[in-house]
Design a protein around this ligand. Structure first.
Ligand code: F6P
Length: 376
């Protein structure tokens, strides 16, 4: 029987984490009379002298609009090691120590808030017999089992506002502006914000681009009387003839960090078109600060539903949004595959139909061998 639940937040932070914590504590303590223990700094708080604290409803007051996580988080640590060829190792001694500490603290089960990597660790705890409920978290929105993750909508608002702001300065100076947004494997933030913010070019990991096609789009706009262009690039986008750009390749405890696409594109566009070009890396502004209303609502629903799933006796599952309902899916399924942008999907088509280039040929644009849209 579960009497005490541990709460863990892992991986990069996302707006809405605190709203999940608040809802889980209110539901667990207020509705079911459980104890909730917050584990600090991700699973790392279960090692050595442990970092844990009891969370009561009074401890989660005012958390709904607060960004970050009051528990702290880590996206590196001792629970998963990576070999140079990318294989994952879960060191037995580390899990043994954590299990002993869970028992010593009287924690009967864990609600784990995290993305792919954190849920992978959660799945290992489940395999070792710890009752687990996962809560999906990533601003990249790239978990296949859930239609949405909290933090994504807030990140989109920020990226879209950045594009709006870049528009006015680009137009005033007749410049090309390149905005780099997050998205390692999936270009959802770039695609959605690019459509919402009226970008002229969207570069995403799923559609390798050609610099010549990007430059041609800029020239074409100029021929048609638009002396400025806006490009949004996911950090994981890559040229058809190249590879992703790294700031740091990582090591056995640290994941690789991508970045540099905006600076690369900016100098190449300037060279190829002769147009003055500037770039902005939006970076962690997309992750920090207040969650928007939608993310607060989604996070609250996830937090409450996670506790209810525990009380129904579900184990080794993750709460997920499917067809506007919170459901549960097996953790193994949740971490099995990531959700990437389908290159021939509806949203990419809509973007192309409304004049956005992906820096790649668009086969469907040609009807009986003739371009349908040749006018400005
Ligand atoms: O997973 C979310 C994410 O925002 C990625 O898009 C990005 O590459 C990564 O986190 C960066 O995280 P950090 O700087 O915390 O290592």
């Amino acid at each position: 029987m579960v009497r005490t639940i541990g709460l863990v937040t892992g991986g990069g932070d996302a707006p809405g984490l605190n709203a999940v914590i608040r809802a889980a504590v209110k539901t667990a303590v207020g509705e079911y009379g459980l104890r909730v223990i917050g584990i600090e700094d991700s699973f790392e708080g279960l090692l050595d002298s442990t970092l844990t604290r009891e969370l009561r409803p009074k401890d989660v007051r005012g958390l709904l609009p607060r960004g970050g996580t009051i528990l702290g988080t880590r996206n590196r640590g001792h629970f998963i090691e990576r070999t140079p060829d990318g294989e994952q190792i879960k060191p037995e001694a580390i899990y043994k120590e954590a299990l002993a500490n869970l028992e010593q603290r009287g924690i009967d089960g864990l609600i784990v808030l995290g993305g792919e990597g954190t849920l992978e660790i959660a799945a290992e705890f489940h395999r070792l017999g710890v009752p687990i409920i996962g809560v999906p978290k990533t601003i990249d929105n790239d978990l296949a089992a859930t239609e949405l993750t909290f933090g994504f909508a807030t990140a989109l608002d920020i990226a879209t506002e950045a594009l709006d702001r870049l528009h006015t300065t680009a137009e005033s100076h007749d410049r090309v502006m390149v905005l780099e947004v997050m998205g390692r494997h999936a270009g959802w933030i770039a695609l959605h914000s690019g459509i919402a913010g009226g970008a002229d070019v969207i570069l995403i990991p799923e559609i390798p681009y050609s610099m010549e096609i990007v430059a041609e789009k800029v020239r074409e706009r100029e021929r048609c009387g638009s002396d400025f262009s806006i490009i949004v690039a996911a950090e994981g986008a890559r040229e058809a003839v190249g590879t992703q750009l790294y700031i740091d390749k990582g090591d056995k405890h640290r994941p690789a960090r991508l970045g540099g696409i905006a600076s690369r594109c900016s100098s190449e566009i300037e060279q190829m078109t002769g147009k003055e070009t500037r770039y902005v890396v939006l970076g962690h502004l997309q992750r920090g600060g207040r969650p928007n209303a939608f993310d607060r609502m989604l996070a609250t629903n996830f937090g409450s539903c996670a506790v209810r799933a525990f009380m129904r006796g579900e184990r080794g599952v993750m709460v997920a949004l499917q067809a506007a309902q919170i459901v549960t899916v097996p953790l193994a399924e949740a971490i099995a595959k990531i959700k990437t942008v389908p290159p021939d999907g509806q949203l990419v088509r809509t973007a192309r139909n409304t004049g956005i280039s992906f820096g790649a040929p668009d086969e469907a644009k040609y009807h009986e061998g003739k371009a349908r849209y040749t006018d400005c």
